[in-house]
Design a protein. Structure first.
Length: 201
């Protein structure tokens, strides 16, 4: 399959980006391989400086950085965010997205009262523009995908939002599929000793 060219992402159609995203979903063997590729694609498709996926745990109400793709800070940003930043659903723009289950496009993040500076402080970056969408399944929020700092533009577009929402839908499918597989494996592990006991009688 031909991969969309990141050298000129604005010339690539939404259809081509969605084809690539579906290809990633179809060929990924685990979340650890799918989410990084999907986040990279999110950054390239929206022509952003950085992108991230924060997973949401409804039991403790916390958001955790699961994957970060930053073309400027690289892996240093990912390490800093994963090790130092822990947000609740009551904090920050991502928290607002979780609570309201709605996407957000913000053209002046520094002036937004919902903005939490802990991520900027951890990475040394300055977030100027932001697009965030919830990752949902059956009305439940599983996480948030965000892209930061639109390049050579004043902000992200409606088209960017629609494309990122489609990526979030694919991420939700992958997360639920992985959870179901984990549940099946757990049932197998639980039932196997029972079968062994039955055979030994």
């Amino acid at each position: 399959m031909t991969t969309p060219s990141p050298s000129n992402p604005r010339s690539t159609s939404c259809f081509e980006w969605l084809l690539e995203a579906n290809h990633i979903l179809a060929t990924a063997i685990s979340l650890d391989t799918l989410i990084p590729d999907l986040i990279r694609l999110s950054r390239e498709a929206t022509q952003a400086e950085a992108a991230s996926f924060q997973s949401y745990d409804p039991e403790n109400g916390r958001l955790t950085f699961y994957r970060v793709n930053d073309e400027i800070k690289g892996e240093n940003a990912a390490k800093a965010l994963k090790s130092t930043v822990r947000l609740t659903a009551d904090e920050g723009i991502a928290g607002w997205i979780v609570r309201h289950c709605k996407s957000l496009r913000i053209d002046d993040v520094q002036q937004d009262p919902r903005f939490c500076r802990s991520a900027d402080d951890a990475t040394g970056c300055r977030t100027q523009t932001l697009l965030g969408v919830p990752v949902t399944h059956a009305g439940a929020v599983l996480g948030v995908i965000e892209v930061l700092n639109a390049k050579a533009r004043t902000g992200f577009s409606v088209q960017d939002e629609a494309l990122l929402t489609s990526f979030a839908d694919l991420a939700a499918v992958a997360i639920i599929r992985a959870q179901l597989m984990d549940q099946q494996l757990s049932l197998i592990h639980i039932s196997e000793p029972t079968r062994l006991k039955t055979r030994s009688r």
